[in-house]
Design a protein around this ligand. Structure first.
Ligand SMILES: [Zn+2]
Length: 255
């Protein structure tokens, strides 16, 4: 696969995450810390997941859309497997691919985000950004989708509910970096069946290391570039959600 040089606007990419402005979940009983630090999902593995998503054709928005719809199906396959191993019930989120950031079921899709997950309606929103579509660079969208899917998993697993009890940016960073790791774990599991992922992986984690993460002047809620790169790659190395326990990690790893 041709390696694509990105002109990605950093300000757009860094915020590939959930919003703190998401309305809080309904008041409920206190969630124990062990839900985040010792979740049964950590004992599960994706292994190899056969995903016939192909690659998006450069310049075709329709092809990129089809690609993401297929990747979304493969995400459900991978996570259903993981939840079955953990003895937990799984349900897939809804996915909405948008060409313009308009209204979502959680309010307005802010211009600084490219991906957004609404916990209340269990809906993923993916902004169909023109640059990767033009280049036919599927890894961008697959990684973003897998990250947002990670927030859905955190919602189902009770991890997000625990995080809401812990105020401050560190809790947000642990959540975001875990979603990065979940994304890396999934991408590894399908890397044998989706062309262009393994070939571009080194470039991807290097890009995150140098350009990703919280930028000066913005809230420190997603973690540093090196830590984003680290957790993404940590998931990749194992193809297992078990390597994604950011909740037990030392502070430097979630800075
Ligand atoms: Zn996120």
């Amino acid at each position: 696969m041709t390696r694509i040089t990105r002109y990605f606007a950093i300000a757009t990419l860094i915020a590939a995450g959930t919003l703190l402005a998401t309305p809080p979940a309904q008041a409920s009983a206190k969630v124990p810390k062990s839900v985040a630090t010792a979740n049964p999902l950590y004992k599960t593995r994706f292994g190899s997941v056969n995903c016939g998503a192909g690659t998006p054709r450069a310049g075709s928005r329709a092809s990129y859309r089809t690609f993401l719809i297929k990747v979304n199906t493969c995400l459900a396959t991978a996570w259903r497997k993981s939840f079955a191993q953990a003895g937990k019930k799984f349900r897939a989120p809804k996915m909405v691919l948008v060409n313009k950031r308009g209204n979502t079921s959680c309010g307005k899709f802010p211009s600084r985000f490219v991906g957004y997950y609404c916990y209340n309606t269990e809906t993923l929103y993916i902004y169909m950004w023109s640059t990767p579509i033009k280049n036919g660079y599927g890894l961008w969208g697959a990684e973003l989708l897998a990250h947002e899917y990670g927030h859905h998993i955190q919602g189902l697993a009770g991890i997000r509910a625990y995080s809401l009890q812990v105020p401050g940016n560190e809790s947000s960073r642990r959540l975001e970096l875990q979603a990065q790791c979940f994304s890396g774990a999934f991408l590894r599991s399908v890397s044998g069946s989706i062309p262009g992922i393994a070939e571009n992986w080194a470039y991807e984690i290097d890009w995150y290391k140098k350009n990703g993460g919280d930028q000066a002047g913005a809230p420190a809620d997603h973690g540093s570039g090196p830590n984003n790169s680290y957790w993404l790659n940590r998931g990749w190395k194992t193809a297992s959600p078990g390597s994604c326990n950011t909740w037990s990690a030392g502070r430097a790893r979630v800075a």
